[in-house]
Design a protein around this ligand. Sequence first.
Ligand SMILES: NC(=O)c1ccc[n+]([C@@H]2O[C@H](COP(=O)([O-])OP(=O)(O)OC[C@H]3O[C@@H](n4cnc5c(N)ncnc54)[C@H](O)[C@@H]3O)[C@@H](O)[C@H]2O)c1
Length: 364
Amino acid sequence: MNKKLSLYDVQIVINNNSFSHLADYIDAACPSSIFVIVDSNTKTKCLPILLESVSELKNSCVIEICPGETSKSLQEVKNICEILLVNGLDRSSLIINLGGGVVCDLGGFVASIIKRGVNFINIPTTLMSQIDASIGGKVGVNFLNQKNQLGLFSNPQLIFISSVFLKTLSNKEISTSYSEIVKYALIFDKIFWHKLQKLLLNNKINLSPIIKKCINIKKTIVAQDFHDVNERRKLNFGHSIAHAIESCFIDNKLIISHGLAVFVGLICESYISYEKNNLSKVSLMEIVNFIFKLMSPIFLEKKYDEKILYYIKSDKKNKNGISRFTLLNSIGESVVNCHVSDVEVLNSFKFYRKNAKLYFTKNQ
Ligand SMILES: NC(=O)c1ccc[n+]([C@@H]2O[C@H](COP(=O)([O-])OP(=O)(O)OC[C@H]3O[C@@H](n4cnc5c(N)ncnc54)[C@H](O)[C@@H]3O)[C@@H](O)[C@H]2O)c1
């Protein structure tokens, strides 16, 4: 059975090569059965490494989903639950989520509701999930085209992070996840922000210390407000707009990665921070120029503005229909629950489009 754990009770093991901690955990837990949830990419690229390294998993039942955001759905929850029950899951079973944020969010949700909760382990295999999605206990799926509308706060027993899995990710997959790293620095740590200017533009980047730093920032913030009513909302910087863009893309059967949507959200919400709060013009342009060095900008078509606004209004953090954003007062200092109007959001889209156009023209 899944005991309610606080984030400080959750073991987060950051280990480059050795899987012994994971094997020891499974030996000690002695589960009645083990299920490993993968998507078809992690099935080929990560599962063989895991099975070879942890003999305790050789009789586990592997459940495969399709890669991508569309799998974060109630239909997929139903499919997985059926497989789990048909294969004899009971309350002493263990579920292992081996994959990126999609597998961790979906698998964590399934593990938390089935039979009122069974133990689960996250083994995040993308940079995005190692620094963010696997940690903090938010699990869930999308509903009615809207991001993360159904979910729970529920921590895994163990989060096992290994750089071995990052080797098969494309450069694009890695670099779009930099958006969350940039976010951590902007909301929390000015010194980290200055360090990132050099670190993230270096071709021979050593990600391990950056991953540890991001995990520490997330742990520190989540520990103060697990249920996301105040301090934790700092982590939402860039995400009010990013999630609405993702919802709009899902709605229009288009694809955008979470990381890329967050880059756009960071630019727009930095602009709103400049317009409404105390973020200086110099800091705004420092943020924008740095982000455009890290991302390949997408063209945000004006025809989607109204739909994105609609999805912003259904954000879980809003109250009485008023949009509540996290904004910056300066680099490294964020403030939660700021009321933002539709006009302010639309102006931020204009600002994004203007700067993205400048970037395209300069780089043609
Ligand atoms: N719960 C949270 O706190 C939280 C935080 C941030 C993001 N998220 C969610 O996480 C999701 C995004 O996560 P993501 O960026 O990891 O996306 P993802 O899970 O879709 O993974 C991205 C792609 O990489 C592939 N992949 C995964 N591991 C691989 C590996 N080792 N080698 C090669 N390919 C691999 C996947 O199959 C997929 O095609 C979104 O749904 C987002 O909402 C949740």
